[in-house]
Design a protein around this ligand. Sequence first.
Ligand code: PMV
Length: 325
Amino acid sequence: MKATAKAPANIAFIKYWGKKDEVLRLPENGSLSMNLSHLWSKTTVEFSAKYKEDEIFINAEKEAGEESRVVKHLGRVRELAKLTYRAKVVSQNNFPLGTGLASSASGFSALTLAAAASAGLKLSEKELSILARQGSGSACRSIPDGFVEWLDGETSDSSYSLSLYPPNYWQISDVVALVSQTRKKISSTQGQRQAKTSPFKAARISAITEKIKTLKKALKMRNFPLFGQIVESEALELHAICLTSQPPLIYWEPPTLAIIKAVQQWREKGLESYFTIDAGPAVHLICQTQDEQAIVKKLKKIKGMSKIVVNRPAVGARIIDKHLF
Ligand code: PMV
């Protein structure tokens, strides 16, 4: 009863920010994302009578407490599989946690797939996505392949993600500029709770369905400038909500803004990329793959850069053979 899964982080082109149901993690709006080839988590889960309690190790550190989100998630799997066994979980990320790089998306999708397989559950992609969503919202988008849409849904069964296009549909890249490797002070769970205090929240929600439609059209036409403009304005809108929440949430660091300004200048000179930013200071530059190396070269010259990770569109969560213990 041991299984291992590898799952990607994802970057949201249309963001999830605010829940209509905290317990089930039902989002207030649908969202759209792309799985990332070079930011991932690997997780091994073993349910067995030999464990007296759930033992969880994330990047070699032991996580404690019955109340942990991982323990709760194992509980969901136990309930579905009608199991009483405790489990050992070992998880590794190839990037720093809590820096706004969607570690919970890769982490909870890998955990979901590995735990379900270890418990002997035979779940469809939709069922896995529904289960992953309850661990961490954005994790439901890391289950299907490539370019993914999360349907918001009014009930647990109707809130899941599906693949719109496979990874090879469009040769675009996400060049991630990490500008700080310190853990953020406010988690995205807390940030999302505060979103409703922003006076601009209602305006965002009233226009989001139309925005999703236009982005899907741009994706269908592979219209990169239209796609990029929507992605950028969506990122600024998310951060406008954060800045105007109570208490205000300022995820950006000085290099974040320096990159935003630089991207606009590069575009004026013919090098096309568009930025997007999740709940952290890291900037994702979406470009056509032919421009990837030119962007990396330019980014390296900006002060405050701590790491650059180049990603292509990727498959979703997969079972792999090599266990971590
Ligand atoms: O799933 P969470 O709680 O990690 O929230 C993710 C929030 C954003 O990354 C900012 C937006 C998104 O849709 O991924």
